[in-house]
Write a protein that binds this ligand. Structure first.
Ligand code: NAD
Ligand code: LMR
Length: 328
């Protein structure tokens, strides 16, 4: 039996993500939690003829407790999105508290669940989650994931536009580091199958992957940021976690994790100088089974990009940790 929870289920990401989870044959129970409208979204989805039993919960009547109790996987897209002119860090003030509150609920009602954090700024909200779990004595680094799959999905798509690959999902491109601007580092040199990017197109391609989120924010003209592509990416990652939990082997996807807590991660953290970092993760029944070192084999151009990534990440991570250690 698999119980999945979406926290922020009535939002721009939450609704299509919940639809995809409802259509997943591997899920038996789907709990939709939000501060507004979740019962309506749940009733709507409940008419779909797939196995998952769907229920919506609001904060009243101990809704968070009922939503989270017995959960195997909690996906968190709760929080405000960007408007044009904002950075993801501008979301910290509001979203840090939202994520902290939800993780406190997880500590109480489902401390063993896989936790997938989508809420921005991911570079800070994942360290916040880790700190709350650590303080409660229930931190399992193998089960806490910052969802960076949208960066991978974008890299696949934008590379395919250049190489002419008909199905972008056939490309496997590690995108590592964090999830904002220069902390996002695509490693095209390690694409499988290998790809040739014309040198005059490389810088623009790297920038497009790093700032793909801005492209959507600008196109939506104040109505929010990526929601549908994010729902696709969030579902892709969640489905992989669930499949691996059921014993499927060989599943690898990049994710922003606490490296020292994952096999192979310590050595990578020595190179990056940051404990939280996204690298390809081999998933298994316990969550993150192994962190795969793609950092040391980056080419010279990618190593330069990585230097900027390390600098940016350090501040984002310490800001998250500080928020829990010394609440504002
Ligand atoms: P949205 O405003 O459409 O939806 C957010 C939802 O969260 C709303 O329904 C709101 O009611 C709910 N919410 C607020 N506080 C809550 C709480 N305490 N508990 C439960 N639900 C709560 O926003 P969106 O477009 O869905 O984006 C959500 C977040 O995801 C944003 O922070 C955005 O920046 C982030 N995001 C991340 C990625 C990524 O790649 N990781 C991609 C896109 C968006
Ligand atoms: C994205 O990459 O699309 C998200 O992080 C949303 C944003 O603010 O750009």
């Amino acid at each position: 039996m698999v119980k999945a929870v979406v926290a922020g289920a009535a939002g721009g990401i939450g609704q299509p993500l919940s639809l995809l989870l409802k259509s997943c044959q591997l899920i038996d129970e789907l709990a939709l939690y939000d501060v507004v409208n979740s019962p309506g979204v749940a009733t709507d989805l409940s008419h779909i003829s797939s196995p998952a039993l769907v229920k919506g919960y609001l904060p009243k009547d101990d809704g968070l407790q009922h939503a989270l109790s017995g959960a195997d996987i909690v996906v968190i897209p709760a929080g405000i999105p960007r408007k044009p002119g904002m950075t993801r860090d501008d979301l910290f003030k509001i979203n840090a508290g939202i994520v902290k509150g939800l993780i406190e609920g997880i500590v109480m009602y489902c401390p063993k669940a896989y936790i997938l954090v989508i809420s921005n700024p991911v570079n800070s909200t994942v360290p916040i989650a880790a700190e709350v779990l650590k303080n409660a004595g229930v931190f399992d680094p193998k089960k806490l994931f910052g969802v960076t799959t949208l960066d991978v999905v974008r890299a696949e798509t934008f590379v395919a536009e250049i190489t002419g690959e008909k199905n972008p999902a056939n490309l496997n491109i590690p995108v590592i580091g964090g999830h904002s601007g220069e902390t996002i580092v695509p490693l095209f040199s390690q694409s499988k199958p290998s790809v040739t990017i014309p040198s005059e197109k490389l810088d623009a391609l790297v920038k497009r992957v790093q700032f793909g989120g801005d492209e959507v924010v600008a196109a939506k003209e104040g109505a929010g940021s990526a929601t549908l592509s994010m729902a696709y990416a969030g579902y892709r990652f969640a489905e992989k976690v669930i499949k691996a939990s059921k014993g499927e082997k060989g599943i690898i996807e990049p994710s922003f994790v606490y490296l020292p807590g994952v096999t192979g991660g310590d050595a990578i953290a020595k190179t990056t100088g940051t404990d939280f970092f996204s690298v390809p993760i081999e998933l298994g029944p316990n969550g993150a089974e192994k962190a795969i070192d793609v950092v040391s084999s980056a080419n010279d151009h990618e190593k330069k990009l990585l230097q900027a990534c390390y600098e940016g990440l350090k501040g984002n991570i310490s800001k998250g940790i500080e928020f829990v250690k010394n609440p504002p």
